[in-house]
Design a protein around this ligand. Structure first.
Ligand code: ADP
Ligand code: MG
Length: 262
């Protein structure tokens, strides 16, 4: 594949609030390669969620170009955007956003229902994903019968179930106590080491330190874009995680340069 996984060029998002305009994103250009682990930081109101929603095709920019795997998103119609959201993007939200009347298994199955996967196949896959996040014994619990950390695990299983190109997590530990937050971050680290591209929004420096790159927003603009101390140790962490699971190291995901070009 040529080019970046995600390529944003001069993205603007303007919200009309009565007579005044809010420049939620004010000319953001950003390239993210396959396999990167990026934290988006910045003060409240700096445009982090707006950026995530555009990258996840939940929202469209007012102007600018967004290419996902080389496809110009501006040119896609609603059906195509729905397909992209379902198959290319896994979302993890601060508030979990699970279906309250459905059990854990059904919540994880849902994206596969939209994708048209056959029922038996779906069930098996949902069970496998719940096992992976450590909830194999909670398949028939509804969200209100699970702790916050368990709910977020269900949401992570749901986000991964269609093998998306990007995993987007908007303050995934924001509603969790710090111990549970650490467990959820260990799981997200594992998701990254398995070869996924992860983009994470957080207010907290110690959460952002899990990523290999930190992009800071201020007033809808990129203020800085830097590699973290973790960027150079990915291969050794992949090897350590494979060893911990008692298997030979898997082929590493195509690696991206630690420092972005733009
Ligand atoms: P962050 O996630 O960094 O806190 P947001 O991306 O949610 O920031 O918001 C960026 C700016 O855009 C804020 O000033 C916010 O008030 C404004 N904004 C976000 N969503 C809307 C909306 N739907 N309508 C109007 N203004 C909005
Ligand atoms: Mg936000």
């Amino acid at each position: 594949m040529n080019g970046a996984l995600i390529e944003l060029v001069d993205i603007r998002k303007v919200y009309q609030m009565g007579v005044s305009e809010v420049n939620a994103l004010d000319g953001v250009s950003l390239r993210i390669e396959r396999g990167e682990y990026v934290a988006i930081m910045g003060p409240s109101g700096s445009g982090k969620s707006t950026l995530m929603n555009i990258v996840g095709c939940l929202d469209t920019p007012t102007s600018g170009s967004y290419k996902l795997r080389g496809t110009e998103i501006r040119d896609r119609d609603d059906d195509e955007l729905a397909r992209i959201r379902n198959q290319e993007v896994g979302f993890i939200f601060q508030t979990f956003n699970l279906l309250s009347r459905a059990d854990a298994l059904h919540n994880v199955e849902l994206p596969m229902i939209y994708a048209g996967r056959p029922k038996n196949d779906r069930r098996a896959r949902a069970k496998e994903m719940l096992d992976l996040v450590g909830l194999g014994d909670r398949t028939h619990h509804r969200p209100n019968e699970l702790s916050g950390g368990q709910r977020q695990r269900v949401a992570i299983a749901r986000a991964l179930v269609n093998e998306p190109s990007i995993v987007l997590a908007d303050e995934p530990t924001g509603n969790l106590d710090s111990k549970t937050g650490i467990e959820i971050m260990a799981l997200l680290d594992q998701v990254h080491l398995n070869g996924n591209t992860v983009i994470l929004v957080t207010h907290e420096e110690d959460i952002a330190a899990h990523a290999e790159r930190v992009v800071r927003l201020r007033d809808g603009k990129i203020e800085s874009d830097k590699a973290t101390g973790r960027a150079s140790s990915r291969d050794s962490r992949i090897a350590a995680s494979a060893a911990a699971r008692g298997s030979a190291p898997a082929a590493p995901a195509p690696t991206a340069p630690a420092t972005p070009e733009s």
